[in-house]
Write a protein that binds this ligand. Structure first.
Ligand SMILES: [Zn+2]
Length: 178
């Protein structure tokens, strides 16, 4: 692998590892701490088509854990924890907010779509690159231990300083030739 390519690969693997830790943290806490975007093992994305009320609604009463269940209609597409509700309209979504010193209950039409992504899927995606990086390092180490070129696997017992096959100068630890 070329030096620049390897650097990019390593950087992305490190970033990916950071993302993995974030995913695991949010995943774990999603079971006992409700966040608007994270609930019981899933990331929740809600896109609302704005109207005169939605901004007020989001500001004063963002969707609760209970609301997510209501907003995901029975006909939503579901597969292995992924759920997707294409544009749906709730005709009378009620919410209460205080305006001018008194409570006002609004019934409003809400046009939205919703997506729920399970954390396990995000964890799998985020761990792919670090895993590939780890496997590559492990393979190089195994080759080195066997006295082979770390880059291409060519047998270096005859030429321990430089690989005649790919030109990689051997950073090989001294071989115990008995
Ligand atoms: Zn080689």
């Amino acid at each position: 692998m070329r030096r620049a390519t390897r650097f990019t690969f390593d950087s992305l693997a490190v970033l990916s590892l950071g993302a993995l830790f974030l995913v695991l943290l949010l995943w774990l806490t999603s079971y006992y701490r409700y966040r608007v975007f994270s609930h019981e093992g899933r990331v929740l994305v809600l896109a609302i088509k704005e109207n005169a009320f939605t901004e007020e609604w989001l500001r004063t009463k963002p969707p609760t854990a209970h609301d997510w269940g209501l907003l995901l209609p029975a006909g939503a597409w579901r597969f292995m924890g992924i759920a997707f509700a294409p544009t749906t309209i709730i005709g009378s979504y009620s919410f209460t907010f205080t305006s001018g010193g008194r409570d006002v209950t609004m019934f409003m039409p809400l046009r939205y779509w919703q997506l729920a992504i399970p954390y396990w899927l995000l964890a799998v995606l985020a761990s792919a690159l670090p895993l590939a990086r780890w496997l590559a390092v492990a393979r190089r180490n195994i080759r080195r231990r066997k006295g082979k070129c770390a880059a291409c696997g060519y047998d270096l017992r005859a030429t321990p300083d430089r690989c005649p096959e790919c030109g990689e100068s051997a950073t090989v630890p001294r071989l115990n030739v008995r």
